[in-house]
Design a protein around this ligand. Structure first.
Ligand SMILES: Cc1cc2nc3c(=O)[nH]c(=O)nc-3n(C[C@H](O)[C@H](O)[C@H](O)COP(=O)(O)O)c2cc1C
Length: 206
């Protein structure tokens, strides 16, 4: 049985295109896998608190030594990591906000990028510990970053893919919904292209 984890993060709520296409893809993937479960983590509707000193100190100490605040912060990280570990397929929707991912998604990475738990470092090399999962990353942006003069400024997809790979998630299919701020025709074309790209991803996943 497949477990699908859908993570959305846009602050634009129901207008979000990354949420729309990530949700569509996750829903259709779950229909493609009989008996699949779908876990939804909407980081905008239920934002994570920023990491703080309780989390940073608490995650390095034995569970029985943690204060209540430390136990709560580390417990949240453990729950997020458990969601990742339980998933076979992870679908992430990310909106470009000031050239990077939404702070909501950054906060999620701050919890799940955890030495000794999701990655190890032996003094020579880093090894990601979350292995054997398929990731679909849907990014949306006002500008065009796949090519052209703004390509060097895509700090969203490079950052997200780097951190995914850092914790072991290297099998990533990336779908861009881009140029949506270049007028209504460009926005419509981006949507039509994304709809077709979702179908192509589903066909290759079947
Ligand atoms: C606060 C804010 C900042 C944004 N910053 C950028 C940006 O730096 N570059 C860009 O190309 N688009 C930017 N956009 C446009 C969004 O990336 C675009 O609306 C995209 O569709 C957002 O993803 P979503 O549809 O999933 O919400 C910004 C939008 C907002 C609301």
């Amino acid at each position: 049985m497949s477990h699908i984890l859908l993570i959305t993060s846009s602050p634009r709520g129901s207008d979000s295109l990354s949420k729309r296409f990530a949700s569509d893809l996750a829903q259709q993937l779950s229909e493609q896998h009989p008996g699949a479960t779908l876990t939804v983590r909407d980081l905008y509707a239920q934002p994570l608190p920023h990491i703080d000193e309780a989390y940073v100190a608490g995650r390095t100490m034995p569970a029985e030594a943690r204060s209540p605040a430390q136990a709560q912060a580390v417990g949240l990280a453990e729950a997020l990591v458990a969601e990742l570990q339980a998933a076979d397929i992870i679908v992430i929707g990310s909106a470009m906000i000031n050239f990077g991912p939404p702070s909501q998604l950054k906060a999620w990475f701050d919890y799940v990028t955890w030495p000794g738990v999701t990655f190890s470092y032996d003094g020579k090399a880093v090894q990601g510990l979350i292995k054997g999962k398929k990731v679909y990353l849907i990014t949306a942006s006002g500008g065009v970053f796949a090519e052209g003069p703004y390509a060097p400024y895509d700090y969203q997809s490079g950052y997200v893919k780097h951190l995914l790979g850092f914790i072991g998630l290297t099998d990533v299919e990336h779908l861009r919904v881009e140029g949506v701020a270049h007028g209504p025709d460009a926005a419509q074309a981006a949507i039509v292209n994304a709809e077709a790209a979702v179908q192509t991803l589903l066909a290759s996943a079947a």
